[in-house]
Design a protein around this ligand. Structure first.
Ligand code: NAD
Length: 511
């Protein structure tokens, strides 16, 4: 079985085959359903998790609030030391945790490790913030007055995460929530519970080393019931949701209804524009990685390729060749570039999307087959696929979370930008060009309307130092770097009168 074959990974991370408790609030427990985790390579059960319930969540919120009272009083540079311990603990566990991500989620091992590295990076970033986080001092118009801004924690950050980045999405939120003085409650995707248990164990150990109540970072695994309960709960002062636009739309409304703060990181429909003045070789390599990597299951996967018509045939010929050389297979095997889809349902989504392409008059130009024979037949494997479509087709408007790249042509830059912007989502976008005026148009007011606007790199592969997120139906949230930390804080505008008199603002005289 998968478990026995990879025994050393489970041993290193303290996981069992059957008795994994899926709730942590300072103690390990779980009173919900027993849910298996499947290996997407062969649909074998890897191990079972005793998941959590809304009741478990209720207790977790209480425990986090108690711990946060202590944590928020800790000087920020001291909180930074805790980030450093967490970072070191993750570095120690980089290999087994990366392997577990590959096993449970299905992404190839280098990407599994890369995603743990992302958490490590963001902890380093948080350590930096611990010495540099600053508020403003603002000139007061009144004599003998000082005006300044304070940034204090909001309390508890609820984190609901998607299956496709089972470590990194939590990592971005957890590190920044903690350094700003908050506690966290995490509800991971139900199909990646093992990873969330392993991560929580590592983080709890680091907290313990500093004598901080380990309930500061709670975990409640489970399904929609736990997610909904968290969304409605006023104690989730910030609700950071990463997932589909469909669910995020509802989550956003509920959180707004209780005047909570939400950070929404939803679906993308990311495009690369290829101009005739770019390095086509570089573009082809970038496109392949961006469209096929993680089997098309990144929020930033390239889903649309908008190519200047004069270079379309040349580029597509190169891509076709590259596509047929992509090794599909077990994500733990060396040389494999494309692993399985995460679930059987995703295979159906792949099939339906391709039927839709054909029904609307599009064409499959490479791939297009579910791999249902040979050694991969028991897993959720599909061929990475390219289609030829028109930009106005309905199938091109929606995000199918599978490795399908829709290709289309354009004549002028304005037309290409219009195609890029003319979808409901606004996460990531990229242009390949060597022309500086094209670059500045692209990043300017008449350019890409996305949150991530790249030049000569693909749509994926964001660094943690920038703010990550997108516009429109992607939800508007920003996470990780830049000034994203402010979203986890309440801003205090403080005016301090040391004059002994009482001058009013705007020169008002009360007589
Ligand atoms: P999903 O929306 O099905 O699930 C996301 C999470 O929400 C899971 O933990 C799920 O259990 C929970 N959930 C489901 N129903 C809920 C409800 N009614 N209330 C509260 N929580 C609920 O998404 P998924 O299939 O896990 O992930 C894929 C999607 O996530 C894609 O659309 C992808 O683009 C998006 N994504 C976006 C980003 C980003 O940063 N923008 C990053 C990763 C993934």
């Amino acid at each position: 079985s998968t478990f026995d074959k990879h025994r050393s990974v489970f041993d290193a991370l303290g996981l069992d085959k059957t008795n994994n408790k899926g709730v942590f609030d300072g103690e390990w427990k779980g009173s919900g359903n027993i849910v298996p985790s499947y290996n997407p390579v062969n649909n074998e059960i890897i191990a079972e998790v005793i998941t959590g319930t809304p009741d478990d969540l209720n207790t977790a919120f209480e425990k986090v609030a108690e711990a946060q009272k202590i944590w928020r009083e800790m000087p920020i540079p001291k909180r930074g030391h805790v980030m450093l311990t967490m970072r070191n603990a993750l570095v120690e566990n980089l290999q087994p945790l990366g392997e577990l991500v590959a096993l449970e989620m299905g992404k190839i091992l280098p990407e599994g490790i890369g995603e743990v590295q992302e958490y490590i990076d963001v902890l380093e970033y948080a350590l930096g913030l611990s010495r540099s986080m600053q508020g403003a001092i603002i000139p007061s118009e009144r004599p003998g007055h000082a005006m300044l801004e304070t940034w204090n924690p909001l309390g508890t950050v609820g984190i609901i995460s998607a299956f496709n980045f089972p470590v990194a999405v939590y990592g971005w939120n957890c590190a920044i929530a903690l350094i700003t003085g908050n506690g966290t409650v995490w509800k991971p995707a139900p199909t990646t519970s093992l990873v969330s248990i392993a991560v929580t164990r590592i983080i709890a150990k680091a907290l313990k080393q500093h004598d901080i109540p380990t309930s500061l970072c709670a975990l409640v695994t489970g399904g929609t019931d736990v997610g909904e309960a968290m969304t409605h709960d006023k104690r989730a002062h910030v609700l950071s949701f990463t997932g589909s636009t469909k669910v995020g739309r509802e989550v956003g409304k509920v959180v707004q209804g209780r005047f909570g703060k939400s950070i929404l990181e939803l679906g993308g429909n990311n495009a690369i524009i290829v101009t005739d003045d770019c390095d086509l070789d570089l573009a082809a390599r970038a496109i392949l990685f961006a469209a096929v990597g993680t089997a098309g299951q990144r929020c930033t996967t390239t889903r649309r390729l908008i190519v200047q018509e004069t270079v379309y045939d040349t580029l597509i010929e190169r891509l076709k060749k590259a596509y047929t050389q992509v090794k599909v297979g077990d994500p733990m095997d060396k040389g494999v570039l494309c692993g399985p889809l995460h679930t059987k349902e995703a295979v159906e989504i792949y099939k339906k999307a391709l039927e839709r392409v054909k029904a609307e008059g599009g064409e499959i130009i490479v791939g297009g087959r579910v791999i249902d024979s040979g050694p991969l037949k028991d897993g959720n494997f599909v061929e990475p696929t390219m289609t030829r479509v028109r930009p106005d087709m309905e199938v091109v408007q929606n995000e199918a979370f599978v490795p399908i790249l829709h290709t289309m042509t354009y004549k002028t830059l304005d037309e290409a930008i219009a195609i890029n912007n003319n979808v409901a989502q606004g996460l990531s976008s990229s242009i390949f060009t060597s022309n500086p005026s094209t670059i500045f148009k692209w990043i300017g007011p008449s350019g890409s309307d996305c949150g991530i606007i790249n030049v000569n790199i693909p749509t994926n592969g964001a660094e943690i130092g920038g703010a990550f997120g997108g516009e429109k139906e992607t939800g508007g949230g920003r996470e990780s770097g830049s000034d994203s930390w402010k979203q986890y804080c309440r801003r205090g505008t403080c005016t301090i009168n040391y004059s002994g008199a009482l001058p009013l603002a705007q020169g008002i005289n009360f007589g």
